[in-house]
Design a protein around this ligand. Structure first.
Ligand code: MG
Length: 255
């Protein structure tokens, strides 16, 4: 079911967006060569406790997950791109890390993700992150009253194809509200002018993710982490966006 939020409710969603943005900023600052993924999870866990927020991940157990997630963020490194289960791994020079974080504050959820390279970057990884960022920006720009869902998808896909990337539509964006995953599904590819008409008060996570040379993924034996079929690296950028009368409002915008 698609739920629309009143302007007052959108205002009430701001603290969650602010908090998720602050945690991602702290994680991006902390991520470095020699840092363990479990330390990043512990940092986010600490911030959740201090803020009196609630993790959307720790008890998460959907049909595609092997068991309750047990951590408060996703850390996907190199050929892992989505749903990476934090484990005992120390970041090495040149690693491409994607961090996905969602939490609830005052009963409202926000969801956001970013990719960074630790240490010495490969040129191609920086380019992939830059393309994914541009795709997110294009998707957000299309999130306007009167447009259709397909306009967001098509805007994302145009950036990806322009960079020679292929697109997996199995996992994409989603409605966000009292819970992390609601309707509608927001695919990273689609036809402009088609699909749901975008109305004021629709709040969605827009989240392009791409791999260098494939759009095929498989699930790691840990039951969660999604890796590229050919070992190529991935990037993932996500914001929670409210469609307002004044245009798209990025609730998880970082300073
Ligand atoms: Mg997310």
């Amino acid at each position: 079911m698609i739920e629309l939020r009143t302007p007052t409710q959108v205002e009430q969603m701001r603290p969650a967006g602010r908090f998720v943005a602050d945690v991602l900023t702290a994680l991006a600052d902390a991520a470095d060569v020699g840092v363990n993924l479990l330390d990043l999870d512990a940092l986010a866990h600490r911030m959740i406790k201090e803020r009196g927020a609630e993790s959307c991940y720790i008890d998460y157990h959907p049909s595609f997950g092997g068991s309750p997630f047990g951590k408060v963020l996703c850390t996907s490194v190199n050929d892992a791109v989505l749903h990476g289960l934090p484990h005992d791994y120390v970041l090495a020079d040149g690693d491409l890390l994607s961090v996905d974080f969602a939490a609830s504050v005052d009963g409202w959820v926000s969801d956001s993700a970013l990719s960074v390279v630790v240490g010495t970057p490969r040129e191609e990884d920086l380019r992939l992150i830059e393309t994914t960022t541009r795709a997110l920006e294009a998707g957000i720009a299309a999130a306007r009253v009167g447009n259709r869902l397909g306009d967001i998808s098509a805007a994302i896909a145009e950036v990806a194809r322009g960079a020679g990337l292929t697109i997996n539509t199995q996992f994409g964006g989603h409605g966000v509200g009292r819970t992390m995953h609601g309707d509608p599904h927001v695919p990273n590819d689609g036809r402009a002018g088609r699909g749901l008409k975008l109305a004021e008060g629709l709040v969605i996570a827009i989240e392009p993710w791409f791999l260098h040379t494939t759009d095929e993924i498989f699930t790691d034996p840990d039951g969660w982490t999604l890796r590229s079929a050919d070992g190529s690296r991935g990037a993932h950028m996500e914001h929670t966006v409210a469609i307002t009368a004044d245009g798209p409002l990025v609730l998880t915008a970082r300073d």
